[in-house]
Design a protein around this ligand. Sequence first.
Ligand SMILES: Nc1ncnc2c1ncn2[C@@H]1O[C@H](COP(=O)(O)OP(=O)(O)OP(=O)(O)O)[C@@H](O)[C@H]1O
Length: 318
Amino acid sequence: MIEVRDLRREFTLTTRTGRFRRERRTVRAVDAVSFDVAAGEAVGYVGPNGAGKSTTIKVLTGILVPTCGHVRVSGVDPSRSRRELARRIGVVFGRRSQLWWDLPLRDSFDLLRAIYRVPAAAHAERLRECAELLDLGPFLGTPVRRLSLGRRMRGEVTAALLHAPELLVLDEPTIGLDLESKERLREFLAELNTRRGTTLLLTTHDLDDIERLCPRLVVIDRGTVLADGPLDGLRAEVTPERVLVVDLEEPAADLSGLPGVTSARSELNGMRHHLVFRRAETTAAALIAAVATRAAVHDISVGEPEIDDVVRRLYARR
Ligand SMILES: Nc1ncnc2c1ncn2[C@@H]1O[C@H](COP(=O)(O)OP(=O)(O)OP(=O)(O)O)[C@@H](O)[C@H]1O
């Protein structure tokens, strides 16, 4: 669905250095970026501010022409076949609107139908479905400028989906939304991906979006790809240890020396034990079984590093 090979995009900046002197400087926003996204995947494209996320998205959606490299989205070269691409993909920019500010939502949707030449019956059916799932029905007659941000974003997503695209590209779709609106949007997008098979590529600073929506992460920093893989795989790569917390029925003085355990400590007078173990050497299940031979276990939990921690560690590798 998406094919990116050795993508580079540069910007030339001109700064005044004297009354008649100007200096030209080249900024490489994206450099040697390569990744693929298969049909049906949901991929999070993350990185710190200025990493090159939006530049990549703009190249993928045909807004920017690459300086060099090979890019194919939905079978077409985005910068050469922008119109064709627009018929195949949907795009949502969280910080920009594709709706007509003074028109009621419904009129914006009608205009988009005319632009994309969607048959009336198919349009009506998709609008009914999106309006129902995103609870937009009561607001279809409201001018866009009077909608809350959460409702407007739901309108933006509906607008991007009315022509039934096979790929939806979202740049910061949950930025500025309250928790409830974020959750509602995530739920809708997750369903769109799993039920409809719509491919998703999204950039976000909100790692809960990734946790909820994207089994795979592409991490970019300073224009190059730092890591690409399943979230769980990246977790294991950057944090080779996990923690098993065991609550016992009776206090036990010491649970150290179990195979694969690198450190152990206890609290609550020996009722709770924290066992740090290396995932490469043992599994949580094997460790629980080993603990059970020494003491009666009341409850257990296995700590995974938070996704924020995983991404921070990936950035810190530089
Ligand atoms: N039009 C432009 N002219 C000059 N430099 C630009 C332009 N657009 C982006 N850049 C530079 O390219 C780099 C990457 O920017 P980009 O907006 O792609 O990053 P980002 O990862 O989307 O950041 P953020 O999360 O802050 O939106 C930055 O150094 C930025 O200043």
